[in-house]
Every structure is written in C-alpha cells, then in structure tokens.
Design a protein around this ligand. Structure first.
Ligand code: XUL
Length: 540
C-alpha cells in the first residue's frame, strides 16, 4: 500500500493542499478565500483598514477553509486513511491571539458541529495582523532601542525590527488593548495556530518561522529574555514552546479521524513559514542558488549554511527547515502591484505578456518606483508611485516599468549577499508567466528555472512530512534524495539570460539606484544619468 504525505499552505489569499506519495504528486487543491468564503468580505484575503498601514485577516476564515478542503478530499474520493504524515505552511509573521478556553474547546470538539462554531469564542482578538501590516513603526523603534540598537537587534534576532514582525505587532496590541492582551493566554503564529487546530492542543512554533518574530535568539534558537522584555510583559508565558521544523508534534486529533476518515496514526510535523517551506519545495538545500517567489509578496531567498547578517538591516535570516539558515528579502509590492497596472489598463495576463514581449529591455529609460502599497524594502511607509520619463497614461511604459522596477530593486537589494547565484528558481503563481521570467533572467544575468508546481510552499510542507515520516521509521533518505525525487518528476522550464542585455541592465541598475536615492534619501537628480542611459541604448 502506498503511503501518502499531505502538505498544506495557509497563505495570504488561499489555502492550498498537496498530497504526494513516495515518488509522485497525487492531488492539488486550492481554496481561494475571497471567492469560496466570500462572507468574510476579504479582498485578496485581507482587510485593509482606513489607515492603509493596518492590514489584518480572519483566523476563523483559515479554519473554515481547512474544513472545506477536507470535505473536498472526500468529494474527490482521496483515500484519506493512506495519509501517513501532515505538515503545513503559513504566511509568516501573522499573529493569532487566543484566550484560556482555546485548548479546552479543541479537546472537546463535537463531530456534528462545524469547527468554527466551536472555537469562535476562544479568540481574545477577532482579527490577526498579518505580514502586510506596517503600522508599528513606533514599537519597532522602542524594541530596537531596548535591545541596544539595530546591529545588536540583527545579531540577536536575525533581523532588524520590522513593522510586520510579530514582536512589534504584539507590543502594539499590548499598548493599545492592555485588557485584551491580559485576556490572551497564548499567541500563535499562523503556522502554529493551524497546526494546533489539527493537533487539538497548542502546537509549538518551529524555529524557522520563529525567526520572523524579533523574539528568538537566532543562534541558540530559544526565546530571548531581552527581546521578550522589550516587547510586552509576561510574554514568555503566552508563547508556545519552540521546536525544530522536522519534529513530530503528535498525532492528528480524533476529531478529524471520526469526521473525515483520517488514520488515527497519522503524524503531524511542525508547521513552518511559507518561505522556509518554499526553500524545500524548490530544493534549495545547498549554497550557490537562489529562489524568487512571486506570490502576494515577492521574496528573494537563498540557503545559508552558516549565519550571515545583513547589517544594513534590509534583509532577514530565518531558519531553514533542515536545521540550517536562509536569507530573505521581502517585497509587499508583488502580485498586488502587478494587478494594479493590469486593472488600470483593463488588461488580462495574455495582453500584459504581449506588451512585455513587444517592448524593449530598458523601456526607453522609463523607470518606476512602484510603491502602490507601503514597501518593506526599501522601507517606504506612505504608498506613492514615482515615474521617471513617462506618466500614468502610458500603457506600454507602465507594463514594462512595473516588472523591470520590481526586479531591478530585487537585484539591488540582494547585492549584500555578495554571491551571484548560478541559477534562480522561480516559484509562486506569477512564475507561470514566461515573459516575467525572461526579464528576471536578463536583469540578474542568470539562468532561471521554473518547475511545474508553482505551489512550492505546500509542496515543501508535503516533502517535509515525508522526510519526517521516513526518519521516524528508520528509512534513510537524505534531504538531497528526497527533494530530488519530487523535482525530477516535475516538468521544468529553463530560461537562459540573453547576454546582449547584460551591460544595459548593469547600467540601468545604477540609474534605478539614483532614482531611489533621489526620492528616498535626498540624493542627486537622476535625470542626467537617465538621459545618458537613453542616449547610449536608445538613440545611437
Ligand atoms: C516574508 C513575508 C511574506 C509572508 C507572506 O518575510 O513577510 O513573504 O511570508 O507570504
């Protein structure tokens, strides 16, 4: 009898499930929150408040999506009892606040009632601030100063304080709602919250995702007293314990066995963040390669064998699910910014791609700083789009500019890693767009590889559950063997850079940086540089 492994990804806009067996992908299903759970009235899975810096979502919606997905497994006649192990992935940094009724409610679930009705009164905060929230600048400063400045914060927690990170978000909640904070018994990440739902008790936070909180010592992988004290009182008592990403945290709760037919022996493996899961899903378990994930957020990440800090403070070090580390840069103006241009000109993706195909690399020197939303890298707290050499009515100019600007910025802000990747793996929904990948290959002057399964976070979670299962029954499979198995069965597409654009993009990068410096750091006027670029590449 073949063994199944189940990976789930609770991301910003949807919940995805992938089932694999020892050497193939058996099943994929995606539940879009806006479409299938429309009564929550989310837009792209989130709620943006009047102050656009405040962005939350509904933990109950994620739980409802989980039950819906299980119902679909039954409808699609998946032999659920074959699933040996489950792990998962959650959008990083988001926090879920629960009161002292949470565990009791989970332990006393009744089969006949929907899950959400049975846990709805166990939240001390109805909504969860998520990674898109940028409303905690004050708290970031307070925590950073308490810890001893930016460099000490980076060396202690792996990152400078960031608005979306869990620590500053928790501090804001404590300061603005002290009563509700006191009513909070446990604060979960999205990943550990969803794992708790399946376990029917409080699941640990894995150290890979825990690194995105500004609360964990990145070297010892333990909660750090200084960071905890900088954040909120009694915080240690309100956090789950920390575990390795590969730890077995228990067996699936009897509730799911009775209600959906899961096997009572199914083991649960720590859930982790979407980016650490994607690292596994694209097989990054060695140095020298990088990945770009084009989801709601755009991220650029690579595997690190040893700790290595970005002291400029723009990037992060998280844990890797193998027990090592990963570096990451995150952009808020990812898919949603691309969508803004697509919608503004009433395009579909086919037309969008045609324009990319028919416009020249370098875009006649038209440059955009695409801050449709507040941006993380570089830090921009007030959304505003800047255009150099064109205006917002220029269809072709805007389409190419949004894509070129996103990846010029990524190249610029990933230079601290000091290593040009030999290959970039592209993942996430927008990686299905070949024209975007060609632009990435040319801007980075690096080969881009795209695998068939763009849901690398869910796949990574499924792979992690398979690895932990085999380890538990003493079947020796190395990380390399196991990731190769699932990469080799997928179709892949390789996009080579066109060398003739190397010098063009090297120069455009300098002009792009001048534009950024001018707008954000009072730098010199970029126009003479931009004009020289235009003369050299478009007027000779
Ligand atoms: C990473 C980050 C986002 C979220 C949502 O630091 O904030 O990538 O994980 O995908």
């Amino acid at each position: 009898m073949s063994e199944y492994f189940f990976g789930l990804d609770c991301s910003t806009q949807s919940l995805t499930g992938i089932i694999i067996d020892s050497n193939s992908i058996i099943y994929r299903k995606n539940i879009n929150f806006d479409k299938e759970l429309s009564r929550y009235n989310t837009k792209n899975g989130v709620v943006i408040f009047d102050d656009e810096k405040i962005v939350h979502s509904y933990p109950l919606m994620w739980v409802e999506a989980l039950e819906l997905l299980f119902k679909k497994l039954i409808r699609d006649k998946i032999p659920i009892e074959k699933i040996k192990a489950i792990s998962g992935s959650g959008q990083q940094h988001g926090t879920v606040y629960l009161n002292n009724k949470f565990e009791d409610a989970l332990k006393n679930l009744i089969i006949g009632k929907p899950l959400i009705h049975q846990i709805k009164d166990t939240f001390s905060r109805k909504t969860s601030p998520i990674w898109m929230d940028s409303s905690t600048t004050k708290q970031c400063k307070e925590i950073r100063e308490f810890v001893g400045g930016m460099e000490r914060t980076i060396k202690l927690t792996g990152s400078n304080t960031f608005e979306r990170f869990s620590g500053p978000q928790i501090r804001k909640f404590y300061q603005e709602n002290p009563f509700d904070y006191n009513q909070t018994s446990i604060i979960h990440l999205v990943s550990s919250f969803m794992a708790s739902i399946l376990l029917s008790s409080n699941a640990p936070i894995d150290t890979a995702d825990g690194a995105g909180m500004n609360l964990m010592n990145i070297k010892t992988k333990k909660w750090d007293d200084r960071a905890l004290n900088a954040t909120a009182p009694d915080l240690r008592d309100k956090l789950p314990h920390l575990a390795n990403s590969y730890d077995i945290i228990g067996k699936i709760s009897p509730y799911y066995v009775k209600k959906f037919g899961f096997n009572p022996e199914t083991i649960l493996i720590s859930w982790s963040g979407d980016n650490p899961n994607s690292l596994i899903g694209v097989g990054l378990i060695k140095k020298g390669k990088a990945a770009i994930s084009l989801g709601t957020s755009d991220t650029y990440f690579s595997y690190l064998k040893k700790l290595y800090f970005d002291l400029s403070g723009e990037s992060h070090v998280f844990g890797a699910p193998t027990g090592d580390y990963m570096s990451l840069i995150c952009y808020k103006n990812g898919s949603l910014a691309r969508e803004k241009i697509k919608q503004k000109f009433n395009l579909d993706w086919v037309k969008f791609s045609e324009i990319l195909k028919n416009t020249p690399p370098g875009n006649y020197g038209k440059i955009m700083l695409p801050y449709f939303f507040p941006e993380i890298v570089p830090l921009v707290l007030t959304a505003k789009v800047y255009r150099f050499g064109f205006d917002d009515r220029d269809l072709d100019g805007n389409v190419r500019a949004i894509i070129e600007s996103q990846f010029l910025s990524m190249r610029l802000h990933s230079e601290w890693i000091g290593e040009v990747p030999k290959e970039i793996y592209a993942t996430g929904r927008a990686s299905e767009n070949r024209e975007i990948l060609e632009i990435i290959a040319n801007i980075f002057n690096t080969r881009v590889v795209r695998f068939e399964i763009s849901d690398s976070a869910a796949l990574g979670a499924a792979i992690r559950s398979a690895k932990a299962y085999y380890d538990s029954i003493d079947v020796k499979k190395s990380w390399q063997d196991i990731v190769d198995t699932y990469l080799n069965i997928q179709k892949s597409e390789i996009i080579e850079p066109d060398k003739k654009y190397k010098s063009l993009y090297d120069e455009l990068l300098i002009v792009y940086k001048k534009c950024e410096d001018y707008i954000l750091r009072n730098g010199e006027n970029p126009e003479p540089f931009r004009n020289k670029f235009i003369q050299r590449f478009f007027q000779s």
